[in-house]
Design a protein around this ligand. Sequence first.
Ligand SMILES: Nc1nc2c(ncn2[C@@H]2O[C@H](COP(=O)(O)OP(=O)(O)O)[C@@H](O)[C@H]2O)c(=O)[nH]1
Ligand SMILES: [Mg+2]
Length: 419
Amino acid sequence: MSGRSKSRSAANAVSTPGSVSCDERILRDCNQIYTDADSGLISIAQTVGLALLPPRKKITVMLMGNHSAGKSSFINWERQRFTSTLISNNCRISKGVSEYLTTEICTSRQKRFSLVTFVDTPGLVDGYMKYPFDVDQAILWLGSVCDLILVFFDPMGQALCKRTLNIVEKLNECQGEKLRFYMSKADEAGSDSDRQRVLMQIVQELCKRPGLNKCGFDMPTIYIPNPNKPSRCVNQIEEVCKTIEKTINQTVQITLNSLEKDCEVVTWVVTDKLITDRHLSADNSQSHCIGCMLGLLGFFLLLLLLAVLLLGSLSKPVLQMILGEEGTEALKPYLVPVMKALLSVPIQHQLYCCGGLVMVCVTLFLLAYLAFRTHPTMSGWQKRQLKEKLDYVEEMVKKKKKKLYEDYLRQSVGEHDMA
Ligand SMILES: Nc1nc2c(ncn2[C@@H]2O[C@H](COP(=O)(O)OP(=O)(O)O)[C@@H](O)[C@H]2O)c(=O)[nH]1
Ligand SMILES: [Mg+2]
């Protein structure tokens, strides 16, 4: 792990000042692939009724613990550690809720952690300081959106403030895998045995909470190294940095995996939509054919009925006048049997026959109309657009994703390991 993280840092450190780290670039590119206005994965997915969420560009680490546990000091230390030129620290006190929370949001400028946003929460104290909003709820919400929660317990009096423990317990219910516990300001805990005792106390207190009662509580002891006040106490502060790095690593990996999965889903849904559309179009043409045939049949039947009624009621001389001698002769073989059949039926039944035929015609027209009511399909333009998008995902996005994976792997493995 240490070799791996060294090479990771080395790969990231290659970037010149002002440029971004490899991880940061991968996350930013992934986000771009999703959010691009025209050809972003989100907009493509939207055209086929699929909702995708953009991946995050930054990693958020929340610090919590009681008042004066050393949270702000840790952020400052982390920020200044590798930053020789601390020109713009991009540090701001947020307005609104954070104004009261005195939540300081600092973007670490240190190369490796330049994509980490630290969120500093206020030290919670028992007793009730009034805020115009629910601080606990705000912290719980922050906990749900951040990637990592570092909980600092200092060895001094307030380490086990009930309020902090309550929130930690609640956070543990849903965000348990994000939680990490540390004993901060370990250099102030006195002798080794004192420190051990305090550590035991904190762990015991935590284990009293049913939700937090996990065996093998891991609680590194940390403190900010002070050159003026050297301490012999073991400092595991690098563990915190390693944990943050691991979270970065995981986030990049998860983001790349999600990109791969989302590409596949989009490709699948778009392809499916195109195939369905092709089937619907085929169905539609078939229905049109049937509709035409039914309509024509109805039309001819109606024509026949009208001809029989009209021509049958006319006397022979009138017919000859209208159709001429030859016309009458030509029609005779058709008309005569029909007329005979009609006349063989009693007069009141003739009416029923006509009515029945009219009904048949109407039914045929109705069926033809129904057959013409087809499924809506995409226009040629829409289909072309969708195919273009599919090609884009299959060609461009997958290529980009492959490249990002390679970058990620190269960085993880490191040049030395590859050789
Ligand atoms: N000895 C020692 N003092 C510390 C350490 N970290 C912070 N402090 C001091 O503890 C006090 C409170 O620290 P701060 O970061 O403001 O705590 P916060 O309320 O949790 O943000 C400050 O006076 C710091 O100088 C540490 O690791 N060791
Ligand atoms: Mg503070």
